[in-house]
Design a protein around this ligand. Structure first.
Ligand code: SMN
Ligand code: MG
Length: 351
């Protein structure tokens, strides 16, 4: 099996834009998502193995450009061995002058994830196995889609009835306390609650508001202020007893390093598309472990379940199955535990 793995050669990278309707909009202080704009990536090899991944652009206006970029980048590696590390080095070198944040970083991550998926398929094992661990269930939390206090409380009840024991509420500069109290009122004992401000507070405002939440025993407060304001977050983290969570907006391990150097957060949260795909996640996981930061995931639960299983300081998986409808086998989550699955396959509705 491993011999086949060694021999895989990249034939073609195909990327298709798909603006997936969501059954329920996702509200955040950074805007409401009424659809999930996805780029579906299929990486074919000469040996017939296909690796797959998907990317998210959050706004449909970036969908076409990202799909085109993924295919253009794919053309640079046609005929190369399907080795994620070698491809990572080659593509980073190619983009040294442009940089590897934003759409470029997303495109590289999508190709990296598809390469790892291809390797796992060629070896006929789940991704977690080729990364060196046994598949194991990962503690997961449900991210609420609604911010209005009574709607959020009703949604929390649905997730608790499904067996989740950890929830995340998105909040903004107004109505946050009402929503937190409303969700708390339906929780039983032992339920963890996290609150995500999605960068919506000014630093001075957060310095008042976040320490005032300390009495509520929240499990973390996420991105209270602008994601790249590491110094601002460090001041908030020093002022609050509640742990501060950052990371979904880190583009690669260097942003993580800047955040650690500033003492900006008590926890880390990787988004596999921004942190650099599977290869970038593994690099970042080592750095986070050395800094003693527990690591959770942001979005992309299907890949994250495998990655968290090999991440020292694995904390929690964010269950936000926004892409679930395009997958033949959506991630299995039972009683608040996520089970790393097989590779991705698109369902029959995907053209
Ligand atoms: C979030 C970000 C982007 C889309 C949906 C939700 C949020 C989270 O920051 O952490 O879930
Ligand atoms: Mg967030």
């Amino acid at each position: 099996m491993s011999a086949l793995n060694e021999q895989l050669t990249i034939r073609q990278v195909r990327a298709r834009p798909l603006d997936l309707a969501l059954s329920r909009p996702v509200e955040t202080a950074g805007g409401t998502l009424s659809s999930a704009p996805l780029v579906l990536v299929d990486l074919t090899t000469d040996e017939g193995v296909v690796g797959r991944s998907y990317l998210r652009t959050y706004t449909p206006v970036a969908l076409g450009p990202l799909a085109q970029l993924v295919e253009n980048v794919g053309a640079l590696i046609e005929g190369d061995p399907a080795s994620p590390h070698a491809v990572d080095v080659k593509l980073r070198r190619h983009f040294r002058l442009l940089g590897v944040a934003g759409l470029t970083g997303a495109a590289l991550a999508g190709i990296d994830m598809a390469l790892w998926d291809a390797r796992a398929r060629a070896a006929e094992v789940p991704l977690v196995t080729i990364l060196g661990a046994k598949p194991r269930p990962i503690p997961a939390y449900a991210s609420l889609r609604t911010m209005d206090p009574s709607a959020a409380a009703a949604e929390a009840e649905e997730w608790l009835a499904r067996g989740f024991t950890a929830l995340k509420l998105k909040a903004g500069p107004s109505g946050d306390l009402d929503a937190i109290r409303a969700v708390r009122s339906v929780e039983g004992d032992g339920v963890r609650l996290m609150v995500d401000y999605n960068q919506s507070l000014g630093v001075e405002e957060a310095l008042e508001r976040v320490p005032a939440l300390d009495e509520l025993g929240l499990h973390w407060v996420e991105e209270p202020t602008r994601a790249d304001d590491y110094a601002g977050h460090a001041r908030i983290a020093a002022a609050a007893r509640t742990p501060i969570q950052l990371g979904e907006n880190w583009w690669g391990q260097h942003d993580l390093e800047k955040s650690i150097a500033a003492g900006a957060s008590d926890r880390a949260m990787f988004n596999v598309m921004r942190i650099g795909g599977v290869t970038g996640w593994l690099r970042a996981a080592t750095i986070a472990a050395e800094a003693g930061l527990p690591v959770s995931s942001h979005a992309f639960p299907e890949f994250s379940a495998h990655l968290l299983a090999v991440t020292p300081g694995c904390h929690m998986l964010e269950y936000a199955g926004h892409a679930g409808d395009v997958l033949r086998e959506p991630l299995r989550v039972e009683n608040g535990l996520a089970y790393p699955g097989a590779g991705l396959d698109w369902n029959d509705q995907v053209p």
